[in-house]
Ligand binder design. Structure first.
Ligand code: ADP
Ligand code: MG
Length: 240
């Protein structure tokens, strides 16, 4: 689904990603963990070119998205991204938030997009919020809507950057539940999170990032029960 080759990213003289080489196969659920500032968000954002790599290649679904000739907006339609802050349009209803992009990009007719939005809203138990505005929703509900909005584009892969970090604790579970269901349906996912329970339960592969590199990776059992690197052990001893 995605191949990253010799990926480097610097901000000025600050090297943030240092020669990352990775393949993510269709259906994998990659969980990325690591200390603050280790480059997790930058890695994720390079995968859909929200950050342009300083050098290296990102191949998504057979297309070199780092090639300047590639129409990145077109490719991005197939990669959903959910952030810590939901970025919903405050002056549009939930229904409008969900249907805006697919209709504007002419992927669906308005009626079709509405139908699909209602189907997705049902899946996250928020169909009664279709005509509400984001300000009328809780943080957990807004994040479930943000996920639905991404799914309305029928993405081939979903990227999540700490989707539950800004939520009150009692709302974390409902968002993780939606993500678990998505995983069960076979979605290819890359998730940056501090939710180690989710990582163990849903992750097919866990990557530990440190200082711009993937220092260690493996199954959840490898990483959580048998970490090899001292930095991984130290990190886990603080978060588990
Ligand atoms: P993480 O998500 O693991 O906390 P980030 O990828 O956000 O780490 O950041 C890695 C490093 O890159 C940090 O030192 C951060 O300050 C720096 N950084 C991230 N984005 C920018 C930017 N747009 N401009 C300058 N520095 C940045
Ligand atoms: Mg981050």
């Amino acid at each position: 689904m995605i191949s990253v080759k010799n990926l480097y990213k610097s901000f000025g003289s600050h090297q943030v990603l240092n020669d990352i080489n990775e393949h993510i196969a269709p259906g994998e659920k990659i969980v990325i963990i690591g200390p603050s500032g280790s480059g997790k968000s930058t890695f994720l954002r390079c995968m859909n070119l929200l950050e342009r790599p300083t050098s290296g290649q990102v191949i998504f679904d057979g297309i070199d998205i780092t090639d300047p000739k590639t129409d990145i907006n077109k490719v991005r339609q197939h990669m959903g991204m959910v952030f810590q802050h939901f970025n919903l349009f405050p002056h549009k209803t939930i229904m409008e938030n969900i249907t805006l992009a697919p209709v504007r990009l002419k992927l669906m007719k308005p009626e079709e997009a509405k139908e699909e939005a209602l189907r997705l809203l049902k899946l996250v138990n928020l169909e009664e919020k279709a005509d509400a505005y984001p300000g009328q929703l809780s943080g957990g509900q807004k994040q479930r809507i943000a996920i639905v909005r991404s799914l309305a584009m029928k993405p081939k892969m979903m990227l999540f950057d700490e989707p539950t970090s800004a939520l009150d604790p009692e709302m974390v579970g409902e968002v993780l539940e939606v993500m678990k269901n998505l995983a069960d349906q076979g979605m290819t996912m890359a998730v940056v999170t501090h939710e180690m329970g989710f990582a163990k339960e849903v992750g097919t592969r866990v990557m530990f990032m440190d200082e711009g590199r993937i220092l260690e990776q493996g199954t959840p059992e490898d990483i959580f029960d048998n970490p090899k690197e001292a930095r991984t052990q130290e990190f886990l001893s603080k978060v588990l």
